[in-house]
Design a protein around this ligand. Structure first.
Ligand SMILES: Nc1nc2c(ncn2[C@@H]2O[C@H](COP(=O)(O)OP(=O)(O)OP(=O)(O)O)[C@@H](O)[C@H]2O)c(=O)[nH]1
Ligand SMILES: [Mg+2]
Length: 292
């Protein structure tokens, strides 16, 4: 009789301070861009699932907002709540750290959030592709991982896809046997409209650099497939002050055109069809309060 090898499955939540590279890691592990990544803190605002399948089974990676103690906006407590909720019902914790930054209170508070959870906890030191002179805290992080009772410490580069296979192997070792959670053809919980609004937000950050506030949100108001096959998208970028609106639009609408063009190019590559992106910028002081 043929031996039946039981497959494994489970949720692996990715947590860490803002900017540690969690979303970059999710995308790299799943092999598709699902979550946007920018140098801005608190880029991720929603819990995003990314599914990995192979003959060993299925891992559902859960990307979470970055942990930030500094209260920058009404969003911070809401995002912290999302992080806490995302820790329920998971099988493994991937705790991601950035060794180019000092450990600090924030790290300690985040670790204390997971200290009592009886789960395998992988201490993932990201960004090891950076030159060693830019990683002065590497040894301190290794010591932290060891002293805090993490199951194992792994150094990776999400950006350069280094040691991700090792990470996956370790993960599967710590997952229970089980049936897949998502059907094989589905790789995420997010829909196209949400992804497009996130992509626009990412390009706003990339185009603006440091001058734009991180407090920008995007609403896709119309998404339609035209008869000629073109995907037509109309979206509004919301920000909270007139001066930021001006900045996002730019002189002679240069900035906003650049955002539109990069979004269009990326969507055309993904969808393999013509895309038309119509963007406007509006001032809305209230959106953060109604954020859920
Ligand atoms: N050099 C290097 N940079 C990385 C790596 N992973 C992520 N980054 C960069 O770090 C920045 C933050 O990456 P994100 O993936 O957005 O980080 P995050 O933890 O999801 O951030 P939040 O969603 O704000 O919490 C981006 O500029 C990434 O390009 C890595 O392995 N090496
Ligand atoms: Mg993120």
């Amino acid at each position: 009789m043929e031996e039946i090898i039981k497959k494994k499955s489970g949720f692996a939540v990715i947590i860490g301070r803002s900017n540690a590279g969690k979303s970059t890691l999710l995308n790299a592990l799943v092999g598709t861009k699902l979550a946007i990544a920018t140098p801005k803190p608190q880029t991720t605002r929603h819990v995003i699932h990314g599914v990995f399948n192979d003959n060993r089974g299925q891992v559902v990676f859960v990307d979470t907002p970055g942990f930030l103690t500094e209260k920058r906006s009404p969003l911070t407590p809401k995002l912290t709540e999302k992080i806490k909720q995302s820790l329920h019902g998971v099988e493994v914790i991937l705790y991601v750290v950035d060794p180019s930054r000092a450990i600090g209170q924030e790290e300690k508070r985040l670790i204390s959030l997971i200290r009592d959870l009886k789960l395998p906890k992988l201490f993932v030191i990201n960004k090891i592709d950076m030159p060693s002179r830019e990683l002065p805290y590497l040894e301190e992080y290794r010591a932290l991982g060891a002293s805090e009772g993490f199951t194992i410490t792994i150094g990776v580069s999400a950006l350069k896809h280094k040691h991700l296979k090792t990470l996956l192997t370790t993960l599967f070792e710590h997952l229970p046997e089980g049936e897949p959670i998502y059907p094989p053809e589905q790789i995420t919980n997010i829909d196209q409209r949400f992804f497009i609004s996130e992509l626009i937000r990412e390009k706003v950050f990339h185009t603006m650099g440091d001058e734009v506030p991180y407090s920008v949100t995007v609403r896709v108001e119309e998404m339609e497939e035209r008869k000629d096959g073109t995907l037509y998208i109309r979206a509004v970028i919301l920000t909270f002050a007139e001066r930021y609106k001006k900045m996002i639009i730019g002189a002679h609408a240069r900035k906003i055109k650049e955002v539109g063009a990069t979004v269009r190019k990326e969507l055309e590559l993904i969808n393999n069809r013509h895309v038309y992106v119509d963007l406007t910028v509006k001032v809305d002081t209230e959106w953060e309060k109604s954020f859920e």
